[in-house]
Design a protein around this ligand. Structure first.
Ligand code: C2E
Ligand code: MG
Ligand code: MG
Length: 256
């Protein structure tokens, strides 16, 4: 962090009805001077272990809000930006950090989404409910990430002020060949919709998977089929290209 080697990449979420980009997820990477670009699995668990996940989480939150507002200021249509939240952030002062990140970036709360995995929510259920309610009342969207993999209790779905369930990619992987995966996805969609929650299918890599998640009623999807997570300037170009706008100004690639 001190050497400014962390960066955020952005992956679009796509509305299955309109085909339009409906939002984006910020995913952290470490541009290591010798090892190259490291995925979060290679340093997030370590950051947790040695106790630096809190400042890392604050940096991610602030950077995602800053970048999102910068795109808005460049005239791009506003997109909700989602940030992944770790267990220790939920236990510590997430509310203060979110308020500060929004204030300093001047991003409106409705353009921020927090993605929390089931197991993290459940570990902190009773302590975090009040804070999640306050975040939700501010207009921030709350999603459950990797839904279906973490915990068997569904009681939190009625207690927490959620807006979205993200179906874990492991159910999408074989969905076009495995009727059990399709049945699980169909059931999650039915559960979510009856609770008035949106559904995002994660990890859609090919047309067959896309056809399945569409026919099973998912609202949105995310995956390599549409786009990999992109560095910020490339994501800006991707958005402009999708709108048929010229790739001018600060969205062009920075000089090396
Ligand atoms: P996640 O939040 O479930 O993010 C989705 C992961 O799936 C990302 O991996 C993304 O690159 C990958 N992905 C997207 N589309 C596809 C696809 O079509 N196929 C496949 N096979 N994979 C796809 P990534 O970026 O390596 O992140 C892994 C996990 O690390 C994330 O899972 C999230 O739990 C965590 N993470 C990422 N950024 C942060 C962060 O800033 N803070 C915290 N606390 N955790 C983060
Ligand atoms: Mg996520
Ligand atoms: Mg996920």
């Amino acid at each position: 962090m001190e050497r400014r080697e962390l960066e955020l990449h952005y992956q679009p979420k796509v509305d299955l009805r309109t085909g339009r980009t409906s939002g984006t997820e910020a995913l952290v990477r470490w541009r290591h001077p010798r090892k190259g670009l490291l995925p979060p699995a290679q340093f997030i668990p370590l950051a947790e272990e040695i106790g630096v996940i809190a400042p890392l989480g604050v940096w991610v939150l602030r950077e995602a809000c800053r970048q999102s507002k910068a795109w808005q200021d460049e005239g791009l249509p506003p997109l909700r930006v989602a940030v992944n939240i770790s267990a220790s952030q939920l236990r510590q002062n997430l509310l203060d950090d979110v308020v500060a990140a929004l204030k300093d970036s001047r991003l409106e709360p409705k353009w921020l989404e927090l993605e929390i995995t089931e197991s993290v929510v459940m570990q902190n259920a009773s302590e975090s409910i009040g804070m999640l309610e306050r975040l939700s009342r501010m207009g921030i969207h709350l999603s459950i990430d990797d839904f279906g993999t973490g915990y068997s209790s569904l009681s939190y779905l009625k207690r927490f002020p959620l807006s979205t369930l993200k179906i874990d990619g492991s159910f999408i992987q074989d969905i076009s060949r495995n009727p059990q995966d399709a049945a699980i996805v169909q059931a999650i969609v039915a559960l979510a919709h009856s609770l008035r929650l949106m559904v995002v299918a994660e990890g859609v890599e090919n047309e067959a998977q896309l056809d399945c998640v569409r026919s099973l009623g998912s609202d949105e999807y995310q995956g390599f089929l549409h786009s990999e997570p992109l560095p910020a300037f490339e994501f800006g170009r991707f958005l402009k290209a999708g709108l048929g706008l010229p790739l001018l100004g600060s969205l062009a690639a920075p000089a090396a």
